[in-house]
Design a protein around this ligand. Structure first.
Ligand code: GTR
Length: 476
């Protein structure tokens, strides 16, 4: 399967009204839980409201086309007719970004030619032609490669889990749900590490309900706040009304989202304070591990069918949700929202955020070997389409946003499509269409889904609704 890519690109981290308000609220209420850089960076603003050509076998993405320029600002919906067709980056945004951040590429014409590693050829060059070969040979190889070169290895140490219920409210939203404030307790010998999470379970439903675990990289949302406000970043009420239980925890409560946060997090707890080795797990993997611990609790709740659990994250949380689902096959669905580099986007495109940039800005996210692929992406033994493939035959949904070119929407979509041979081998349907869908027009095929929403970097109601439409087809 080989393809020639077209072009697109550019980010848009605008701080919307609601975010500014939330940020101030949390800063007052939970000064120790807020990480300003993170909160400001992920702030979203939803305003309003490319394609590639197949060639032969195996993937060889070249470039073509180019982008002309308008001007940013009036940008969105500049050419509404064109915007009805397959999504393309707004030329004004491409221009603006290219000018503003000259060291990064926002032009399709400058995407390097590359060949993606074939998920269906083993490291020894053996074609993987059966589901058994995949499960016993290739999947193991790819997991090792991602653990050794990208996300790090989780500790082998044994531990035990227990859960404390701090508070329960049985008649939330007029009796629609039961809400619980919980603490997960990780024990190794007589040492303990604790992190909080909040859970809502729909009331009055016959049988068990599916569940959504939300990885919150912005701020912890306590029970009373989740009840009072349907925060678009985690709209618990909406999710419950659609028939799902839902839980959320904050990343920094598990492993602080700071370069020097290691001593206070779960990784240091496991290592008894010893510094991390080069290939040990880093924060993304630790946060994903925590999502699995929340799932451990959901398995104990009789009203929840934990075999129907989705893991959801935005941006760094979206990188986390994908890797969480690779590491833990109990997750039935993974949803990555605007996850970009190190998440859904293909590293080899080096479009918007790059390996060089992400490993220097966020050295605590990836294990050390990943940084050696800075500007040498073509030497990576894996690429992010194989993260999607590792989730097969389960389900994966990728979401991009129109103005978030920093996260490379085209690279996010491309990687989902490039995982198709693995879904097919495992007897599942998935998106194979190489042309991107139009703006605000979700595309769902079998076990995969994708949308690109208008507006900038952020997770909001539109994203949730489209995602839940997808899970409705799979988990209900
Ligand atoms: C961006 C960063 C991304 C993404 C995001 C976030 O600035 O470059 O990799 O993860 O922030 O999580 O907010």
């Amino acid at each position: 399967m080989s393809r020639v890519l077209e072009r697109l690109s550019f980010p848009g981290n605008l701080l919307g009204e609601a975010d500014a308000r939330d940020w101030r609220y949390y800063k007052r209420q939970y000064p120790n839980r807020i990480h300003k850089a993170s909160a400001m960076k992920t702030a979203k603003k939803i305003t309003t409201n490319g394609s590639w050509i197949p060639m032969a076998m195996l993937v060889c993405w070249l470039q073509a086309g180019a982008a002309a320029g308008l001007s940013y600002g009036q940008a969105v919906v500049s050419d509404s007719k064109e915007r009805l067709g397959p999504w393309k980056a707004q030329p004004a945004l491409v221009k603006k970004n290219s000018q503003r951040r000259k060291e990064f590429n926002y032009q399709e014409s400058k995407v390097p030619a590359f060949r993606l590693p074939d998920p269906l050829v083993s490291q020894t060059g053996k074609p993987i032609v059966t589901a058994d070969d995949w499960g016993q040979v290739r999947r193991q190889e790819l997991m090792s490669l991602f653990r050794n070169e990208v996300y790090g290895q989780r500790p082998k140490l044994s531990y035990s889990m227990s859960f404390e219920q701090v508070e329960e409210q049985k008649d939330v939203w007029g009796g629609v749900a039961t809400g619980r404030s919980m603490v997960a307790v990780v024990s190794i010998g007589d040492r303990q590490y604790k992190f909080p999470f909040v859970l809502f379970i729909p009331n009055g439903i016959q049988g068990q309900v599916p569940a959504v675990i939300h990885i919150n990289n912005r701020y912890f949302i306590p029970l009373e706040k989740a009840i009072r406000e349907n925060d678009p970043f985690w709209p618990a009420k909406t999710i419950v009304q659609r028939g799902y239980a839902t839980a959320s925890f904050h990343t920094s409560d598990v492993d602080p989202d700071q370069k020097d946060g290691y001593p206070n997090g779960i990784r240091a707890f496991f290592a008894s304070g010893a510094p991390p080795t080069s290939r040990a797990w880093r924060s993304l993997s630790a946060w994903g591990w925590a999502a699995s611990r929340v799932l451990d609790y959901l398995e104990k709740v009789p009203l929840i069918d934990a075999s129907k659990a989705a893991v959801v994250g935005h941006s760094r949380g979206g990188k986390t949700s994908l890797w969480a689902a690779c590491e833990d096959p109990r997750f039935a669905v993974a949803y990555s929202n605007n996850s970009g580099c190190g998440g859904a986007a293909l590293s080899r495109r080096a479009f918007g955020e790059t390996v060089a940039r992400i490993t220097s800005s966020f050295p605590h996210w990836f294990c050390e070997p990943f940084s050696k692929y800075a500007q040498r992406e073509s030497e990576l033994p894996v690429d992010q389409h194989e993260v999607m493939a590792l989730i097969a035959p389960r389900s994966v949904y990728v979401a991009s946003s129109d103005e978030d070119l920093w996260a490379d929407p085209k690279g996010e979509y491309a990687s989902l499509v490039a995982a198709a041979p693995v879904f097919e081998l495992l007897g599942k349907k998935s998106i194979t269409e190489t042309t991107m869908p139009a703006l605000n027009t979700p595309r769902v095929v079998g076990n995969t889904g994708y949308h690109i929403r208008s507006g900038g970097h952020g997770l909001g109601e539109a994203d949730w609704n489209w995602f839940l439409d997808f899970t409705d087809t799979l988990l209900k």
